[in-house]
Write a protein that binds this ligand. Structure first.
Ligand code: FE
Length: 260
């Protein structure tokens, strides 16, 4: 295991770090991100018990962990946010998530934690409405984009306008062991196809999302698992593929709903 961060962007006052080697043994490879702007810090999709210790140690090399400003959660899954109680206990962070999950995520945190800090769990949740919003971070913002049904019913993605990176959560995720940029889209497909067919809810959501991203024109699409897409040519190949993919509900038939 290496706690070395991959620096995705650094202009002095704004930094984006990727921790891609913290999950070892069981559990799918996953990427965690720290965005620093001025004196504020945001951690994206920190994961669960599996990553909490190595991640907090790695963070402490870059920031005072207690001062963490935000934890952003793209959705409610264990590899995304099941370490919520520990971040609440050991830092002063607020947790940004979909309004659909803001009422459920407090189940991950014991009530005594919020009593001890004098701030209720609810007050530490930032519930993002379905259409998304901007969240101020230092002198910049993080744009919280709607990505519902990709794959969770209340699903968010995070765009950092300074680094021009879109953090796409499970969209574009690949089942590989590293986070090196994709170089050959055709051969990369095998590591994405099965996952997207089953975990994404349907072609309509993929297509509408891809239209939004074509307008956004990020320099990089960085998923939570596996390899990023860098540059317009590679990103467009991914958007064209996902726009045409039949997945989720598109593929369901009566045979899939039979009593076993
Ligand atoms: Fe998930």
């Amino acid at each position: 295991m290496s706690s070395t961060a991959r620096m995705l962007f650094d202009n002095g006052s704004h930094k984006v770090l990727c921790f891609d080697q913290l999950v070892t043994g069981d559990g799918v490879q996953s990427n965690q991100f720290l965005i620093i702007d001025d004196n504020q810090h945001a951690l994206l999709d920190p994961g669960g018990d599996l990553t909490y210790m190595p991640l907090s140690l790695a963070l402490s090399q870059h920031i005072t962990v207690r001062d963490l400003t935000y934890v952003f959660a793209s959705h409610q899954d264990p590899d995304i946010i099941s370490s919520l109680d520990k971040w609440f206990l050991h830092t002063n962070c607020k947790v940004v998530c979909s309004t659909l999950w803001a009422r459920f995520l407090p189940h991950l945190s014991a009530a005594f934690l919020s009593k001890a800090s004098g701030v209720s769990t609810t007050e530490r949740m930032v519930a993002v409405p379905d259409r998304g919003q901007d969240i101020a971070l230092g002198r910049s913002v993080i744009k919280v984009l709607p990505a519902h049904f990709l794959h969770s019913v209340g699903n968010l993605q995070f765009y950092d306008p300074v680094s021009d990176i879109l953090f796409s959560g499970d969209m574009g995720a690949s089942m590989v062991d590293d986070a090196e940029p994709v170089t050959d889209f055709a051969s990369h497909l095998v590591s994405m196809e099965g996952f997207h067919r089953r975990y994404m809810a349907g072609n309509k959501a993929c297509r509408l999302w891809a239209n939004m991203i074509r307008e956004l024109k990020p320099a990089m699409i960085m998923p939570q698992h596996g390899r990023p897409f860098v540059g317009a040519a590679m990103i467009n190949q991914f958007l064209d593929w996902i726009s045409n993919l039949e997945c989720g509900m598109d593929l369901m038939e009566q045979a899939d709903y039979r009593i076993p």
